[in-house]
Every structure is written in C-alpha cells, then in structure tokens.
Ligand binder design. Structure first.
Ligand code: GDP
Ligand code: CA
Length: 308
C-alpha cells in the first residue's frame, strides 16, 4: 500500500496511526486532523487533536496520562494560575513551547497547515499531517441546559451534560486545507480512525468539499469503531452514540458515516452485530480492536490495510 489517507481525532486516532506507520510506509500516509477542538488558552492557539497525533507519531506522547507530552513539567501553567490566569485547560511546559511557536506563526499570517507541516518536520515525523481546514471551524455542543464551545463542555464540565446536537461554527465557509482534496483523490485507501464519530470525525466531514471528495471516491473507505463491546475505552463516545444514534452496537457506529465508508472494522467480541452493519450497506469486518500496545495497534492497522 503506497498512499493511505486517514481521518483522525486525537488520542484514539493517534494510537491507531502509530500502528499504521509501522504497518505501511509512513511517507505514504496522510493524516487529515480535526480542528473543531481548537481553543485559545492564555492567548495561545492550541490544536489538541493535531498535537496528539504529532506527539504520538514523534514518540514523545505521554501514554499514561493519555494526552500531552512525556517528561512534562507544569511550572509555567502553575505560575500563570497563581497569578489569576486561566487554569481550566492544562498546558505543560514542553507543550507550551509548541503553542508559542504556532501562535506566533499564525499571528504573522502563516496558515495552520504550513506551521503544522513545519512542526512535523521538526519532530521528525515522516507521515504528512494536514488540518482539515485552515479556516476557523469550531465544534459547539448543544445540551438540554445550554450550548457550550467544545472544550468548555469536554474539559471544564468534564462532558457531564448529555448531548442533543453537535454543531460546527464556520462549516458554511470552511475550505479544505491545501493538499487535503488531492490526498483523498490520490489515495489507494481511505481510513476513518477509531475516533469519536461526532466530535472528531464529523467536524472533518463538515467541510463540504472534503465530504464530497470522500463521497465520489473510487477506492475503499474503511472505518474502525472506537467502541469495544458497546463501550468507549475513554470519553463520551458511547453515551453520545446511545443518545444521538439510538444505541452503541457496530450497526449504530456504521450509521455515523453515511455515504463515506464501505467497511467497518469492529471488535470481534461483537461478531453477532455483523448483520446490523450489513443492513447499513457497510461490509462488517470483525477483528481484535483493543490497542493495548503497539503490537496490537499494528495488527489492527494490518487488518485495515488488508481491506483495500
Ligand atoms: P480525542 O480527540 O483525544 O478524544 O480522541 P479520538 O476522538 O481520536 O479518540 C477517542 C476514542 O478512541 C474513544 O471513543 C475511545 O473509545 C477510542 N479508543 C481509545 N483506545 C482505543 C482502542 O484501543 N481501541 C479502539 N477501538 N478504540 C479506542
Ligand atoms: Ca479531540
């Protein structure tokens, strides 16, 4: 397999991508990353999902904590908090270095895609990492009580509120970042990573030109379910599926991607759900999907590559 395009959120996507770049030539991998989670903290532009992918592929992520960098310290963040600065969104010292560089470049007019490419080179990442869009696209969460910007709901409120609807501010005008459409058109396989469908993949699909390019694909598109046994490994994906898709079985996961996938890889423990996936017009591929270690992630990536 020479050219693979992968749509990814943060941690779940990054775990899978680490396996993907071991299972195939990283130089042929293009990751299209979610920017709906992007947030301004302490005057800095933070792109949590792009950074999770970047740090994971560079081998500098903190796998215990599940986000941010290994060998992290928190001096700047603690001092800012002590001085009355924002302290709801944790930023480590090493992490802050990246945010400073990115924010300065953005203020100087450099597009997010260009600075992301520079950062990937600086980290020695061979895969290409593209934000879905250079334009401002922000996820909003409508709950029974109020609407929240994504990070306020996810981090500050610990995603405790039930979700009635997910919206993407800027979706009407957001254009794909340079290279995104070409990568999709030249791909030999399209992969939707085991990320949260609603808040990691939908914001990418909200860029209409990206969705159209995927809809007119001539190669297979394979999604990996982020749920194992109807449960999210971490985060609110299972609760969101229950409420927004009416259940958490693989058939419901398939309904999240109408017209953009041909196959769904889901956990072998849920084999019985194959018929429900087929009913959605999607070919079921039961396989081990728990990525406990790099070997498991690589095996999962091999399963996905074999779908081509
Ligand atoms: P975020 O942006 O950091 O929230 O990360 P993603 O949206 O990319 O990934 C979150 C999803 O990854 C959650 O729904 C998890 O259930 C899923 N996930 C995490 N680890 C695994 C795993 O080992 N296997 C599978 N199939 N999904 C996983
Ligand atoms: Ca995310």
């Amino acid at each position: 397999m020479r050219r693979v395009v992968a749509l990814s959120g943060g941690v779940g996507g990054a775990r899978f991508l680490r396996g993907l770049v071991r299972a195939t030539d990283p130089a042929g991998v293009t990751v299209i990353g979610n920017v709906g989670d992007d947030v301004d903290v302490l005057g800095l532009h933070v792109s949590p999902d792009l950074d999770s992918v970047l740090y994971a592929l560079a081998g500098v992520s903190d796998d215990e904590r599940g986000w941010g960098r290994a060998d992290e310290t928190w001096t700047t963040f603690e001092e800012a908090g002590r001085l009355g600065g924002e302290s709801w969104f944790q930023l480590g010292d090493r992490d802050l270095g990246l945010h400073l560089v990115r924010t300065q470049a953005l203020r100087a007019g450099e597009p997010l895609s260009a600075i992301t490419a520079r950062l990937a080179v600086a980290f020695g990442v061979e895969a290409r990492l593209l934000p879905a869009t250079d334009d401002r696209l922000r996820t909003w969460i409508d709950t029974p009580g109020a609407s929240y910007p994504f990070q306020e709901w996810f981090v500050a409120r610990r995603h405790r509120d039930e979700v009635d609807r997910v919206r993407f501010e800027g979706e009407e005008t957001a254009e794909p970042a340079p290279g995104v459409i070409e990568a999709i058109e030249e791909a030999e396989l399209i992969v939707v990573c085991p990320s949260n469908p609603f808040v990691s993949i939908w914001p990418i699909l909200a860029v209409s030109e990206i969705r159209w390019a995927l809809e007119r694909r001539r190669v297979r598109s394979v999604a990996v379910s982020p749920l194992v046994g109807g449960r999210a490994i971490k985060g609110p994906a299972d609760r969101m599926l229950e409420r927004l898709a009416g259940g958490t079985d693989p058939g419901r996961v398939a309904t999240c991607y109408p017209g953009v996938i041909d196959m769904l890889v889901f956990d072998e423990s849920e084999r019985d759900a194959a018929g429900a996936v087929e009913l959605q017009g999607v070919r079921p591929v039961p396989a081990p999907t728990l990525m406990n270690d790099e070997g498991a992630a690589t095996a999962l990536a091999e399963t996905v590559l074999a779908c081509a």
